[in-house]
Design a protein around this ligand. Structure first.
Ligand code: SAM
Length: 444
């Protein structure tokens, strides 16, 4: 009988893609993947370390899994916490059998084998080996209609608050020809939407031109976007874009190709130049607003979303006011707000001038309320418009409603049956809610 592996994933889309890749490799090596933690022979926790709370969650989960005295299941910690903490995980949680770094996703079957041969505390924090390439089987994809396609791993930006360069190493871009082949295969398999993903997708810079020949554009990323559009994939989204590398030609490419979706996620982090400098973001609020101007003046209406950190060390009320001002100017379609979380090993962790927890909460709530008001207006502007929606599943609230995402990445609910799942439909928007839209399907 095949041994069963259960993988639980925390954190970002990159982690989801890593779990899909790990599952594909394990299935090729003869394992079965299961949705049941209890009956699995091997349990893998794919972890996130971007904020302290995410990191703590892993240790709580290890405790829950190891509640029973019977420790027959092998337990592995993979992902960012594994890469950062290394063998100290074995000390903090001695019932863990494997520590699997962020670039060891293709070597897990070998690690399980070593444990079964009698080794204990097996760890792999090494780089990817020669010949390992992104290969995800459709069976392991999180959706039969939407696929995450990693185009760049790691991060070279070293923003002072961020742990990612340490947990995921330096930026490494996939060759465009390999990405084009993968997207064509996904199209043939019936996928309707792909998300090109990476910590900073638009910093894409492959070592070779292969696959980008005859693709015009000002940067390798905007050339890749055009190559993606030419595959004929129905909907192409990309996230996350780094502001400093956001060339206006990205917007030009979106204007040229309707299958490049009308959504840009561009995290600003703060509206204060002083804080942006301390964060080492490499741009000012004015630089950022110039990018936003190009997005907002596009011939296609584009949806704009962002991330902001409140309570970065030394952030004063005046700095925070600058953030509120920028948020009012940008009229974001949605905003992810984070309270600053100190990450050991990052430069910001050395800064003394910490903002109190209560002050962070207060700023979080004030920013949330400013965004809520701006978003209400943005969402109301969608009422009366027709959006192209990929129907994904029945709504959790009603058996007669389907839910999906628009090309502009809004959650859209509409009357419809499960049989519509996987179809792209046109929805006339009739109502705006706080974080979603509601409408009626338009039948042609
Ligand atoms: N690479 C992207 C960028 O910086 O533009 C974002 C990637 S990061 C995984 C996702 C978001 O987490 C960031 O945009 C930031 O807002 C938030 N984040 C990262 N480090 C954080 C920290 N130490 N405390 C609070 N939020 C943090």
């Amino acid at each position: 009988m095949k041994q069963k592996v259960y993988i639980e994933t925390f954190g970002c889309q990159m982690n989801v893609a890593d779990s899909e890749r790990a599952a594909s490799g394990l299935r090729r090596a003869g394992y079965e993947l299961t949705d049941s933690c209890e009956t699995a022979d091997v349990v893998l926790l794919n972890t996130c370390s971007v904020r302290e709370r995410a990191e703590r969650k892993v240790f709580t989960r290890i405790g829950e899994i190891r509640k029973s005295a019977d420790h027959k299941q092998l337990l592995g910690v993979m992902g960012c916490v594994a890469q950062l903490e290394g063998d100290s995980i074995f000390k903090a949680a001695p019932t863990v059998d494997m520590v699997i770094g962020t670039r060891a996703t293709d070597r897990i079957a070998g690690m399980i084998q070593r444990l079964q041969d009698g080794e204990t505390a097996v760890m792999d924090l090494d780089e990817r080996a020669e010949g390992e390439f992104w290969d995800t089987s459709p069976v392991e994809r999180h959706s039969p209609y939407i696929a995450f396609v990693p185009i760049i791993e790691g991060c070279n930006k070293f923003c002072s608050f961020c742990i990612v360069p340490y947990s995921r190493g330096r930026e490494k871009s996939r060759i465009a020809a390999e990405i084009v082949d993968e997207v064509k295969r996904l199209k043939d398999l019936g996928y309707k939407e792909i998300h090109l993903i990476g910590q900073n997708v638009n910093s894409y810079r492959p070592k070779s031109e292969l696959g980008l020949e005859n693709r015009p554009g000002a940067t390798p990323f905007s050339r890749l976007l055009r190559a993606m559009a030419e595959t004929g994939m129905q909907r192409i989204k990309f996230t996350t874009s780094f502001p400093r590398d956001f060339h206006p030609d990205i917007v030009t490419a979106i204007e040229e190709y309707p299958n490049l979706c009308d959504w840009v996620h561009l995290p600003v982090q703060s509206g204060s130049d002083r804080v942006l400098k301390a964060m080492r973001r490499g741009y000012t609020a004015a630089d950022y607003l110039r990018r936003v101007d190009r997005i907002k003046s596009s011939s296609r209406p584009l949806s704009l979303t962002s991330d902001i950190i409140v309570g970065f060390p030394g952030e004063t009320e005046t700095d925070f006011q600058e953030t509120l001002k920028l948020v009012n100017q940008c009229q974001y379609d949605s905003l992810y707000i984070f309270k600053y979380s100190r990450r050991t090993g990052t430069p910001a962790a050395q800064l003394k001038d910490e903002v109190s927890e209560s002050e962070k909460t207060e700023r979080f709530l004030r920013l949330e309320s400013v965004q809520r008001e701006a978003q209400r207006i943005v969402f109301e502007n969608y009422v009366g418009r027709q959006l192209s929606v990929l129907a994904e599943r029945l709504s959790t609230r009603s058996d007669s409603d389907m839910v999906g995402h628009s090309t502009c990445h809004k959650v859209v609910n509409f009357r419809g049956e499960q049989s519509l799942a996987g179809q792209v439909v046109t929805v006339q928007i009739t109502k705006a809610k706080t974080n979603s839209l509601f409408g009626e399907q338009v039948r042609n």
